[in-house]
Design a protein around this ligand. Structure first.
Ligand SMILES: Cc1cc2nc3c(=O)[nH]c(=O)nc-3n(C[C@H](O)[C@H](O)[C@H](O)COP(=O)(O)O)c2cc1C
Length: 377
């Protein structure tokens, strides 16, 4: 017999459509419950298969690692305020991101050098994201050329993330080719005017493996010493070059977000780059409300950094995000299980989100009211 507090049907079941987490039969520690996700255990498992310096490169942050250390705690400095008696029989996680339909508001953040984590590299990550109904942002620093990743699960939406490379013509060319290859948006990462100082990498004398392919980087001969720095004017310029909506990633201030929108950004992405750039900086959770207020309903707002549970996701949605992205959990998923590992992580977080929403009397990720959360104190 079911325990007394088990309802006859479980509200908040995933209604994300075909391929939803509940419908996968994968081998996990708890195959009956996709929401079971031990991310700390997964990182440990990833560390057992990766060279220590590579695992540290993925896990580490910049300088004192204060931003890195505070990221998850900042989401958890909010408390949920559940609504009761709302008749929530089912939860829908489906949403639209810049016009692309996805089955979950949890996407894959761009991360570099995926072949270093697993031989399937970006192609495996793309297959895992598609299986989970999640959008994937593909890094400029991918191991796999952007056209090959676009050709993996070609019908499933992907965005291309652009870095300013030391060859302006090559950077422009990547933007153009991303548009031609079928990416649905161009993500300009603007929080890396120079590389953050990542002290674990210095201590480990970390260097990329000599044979690691860099699918999109310019040939050494094209590298220029005087590549121009980006300004707000580049937002419109890249939109024109690529023919794609431009998302500006790495925004932490309301005034900057408003200027991005004025300059033509289709969305802003609140991010500390996983604590790998300036440090210590304001957490994404602390910056998000100010940024959501500054741009209002004009554009979509995304957030990442330290999101590790369904309740972290729900908090971000309540604070004004249309979607969130995850980095390291996906890295550990790919490293330990290739495409399946990626979809297990995303499915787990999605199932947790659906469950938490049901507990809070919410049925639709597209309408999570701000008063769903309140500061812990
Ligand atoms: C190993 C690693 C590589 C990354 N590479 C990129 C990148 O190539 N481009 C980019 O815009 N952000 C990059 N990021 C930042 C992520 O897109 C994202 O902002 C961050 O990982 C989110 O935080 P989380 O890892 O705590 O989920 C990287 C992050 C990590 C951990």
């Amino acid at each position: 017999m079911a325990p007394a507090d088990t309802p006859p049907t479980v509200p908040g079941q995933w209604l994300g459509g075909p391929g939803a987490p509940g419908q996968h039969s994968r081998s996990t520690a708890a195959p009956h419950d996709p929401a079971f996700l031990d991310l700390a255990g997964l990182e440990e498992q990833a560390r057992s298969v990766l060279p220590p310096a590579v695992a540290d490169y993925y896990a580490g942050g910049a300088e004192t690692e204060t931003t890195l250390a505070e990221a998850t705690a900042a989401w958890r400095s909010w408390r949920l305020r559940p609504r009761v008696l709302r008749g929530v029989a089912a939860v829908s996680l489906a949403t639209s991101l810049l016009g692309s339909e996805v089955r979950t508001p949890i996407g894959v953040a761009p991360w570099a050098y995926q072949a270093m984590a697993h031989p399937e590299g970006e192609r495996g990550c793309a297959r895992g994201a598609a299986a989970a109904g999640a959008l994937m942002a593909v890094s400029t620093s991918a191991s796999t050329p952007l056209t090959d990743v676009a050709g993996t699960e070609p019908l499933w939406p992907k965005w291309f993330q652009l870095y300013r490379l030391h060859s302006p013509t090559h950077t422009d060319d990547l933007a153009r080719r991303a548009g031609q290859a079928g990416y649905r948006a161009l993500v300009l990462t603007v929080d890396l005017p120079v590389l953050g100082r990542r002290l674990r990498d210095v201590a480990n004398r970390f260097a990329l493996p000599a044979d690691l392919p860099l699918g999109n980087h310019p040939p050494a001969a094209a590298v220029a010493a005087d590549s121009p720095v980006w300004t707000f004017d580049d937002i419109g310029r890249f939109a024109e070059l690529s023919g794609l909506p431009v998302v500006v990633k790495g925004v932490l201030r309301g005034d900057d977000a408003a200027r991005c929108v004025q300059a033509g950004a289709a969305a802003v992405w609140v991010s500390t780059h996983g604590g790998r750039q300036a440090d210590p900086v304001v957490s994404s959770a602390a910056a998000l409300p100010e940024i959501a207020d500054a741009v209002g309903d004009e554009v979509e707002v995304y957030a990442d950094g330290g999101i590790r549970s369904g309740s972290d996701v729900l908090t971000a949605l309540a604070l004004g995000a249309t979607a969130v992205f995850v980095g390291r959990p996906v890295i550990w998923g790919l490293a330990t299980g290739g495409a399946d590992g990626v979809s297990r992580v995303l499915d787990g977080l999605s199932a947790q989100l659906a469950h938490t929403m049901a507990l809070c009397g919410l049925s639709d990720v597209r309408s999570v009211p701000r008063d769903t959360v309140t500061p812990a104190r």
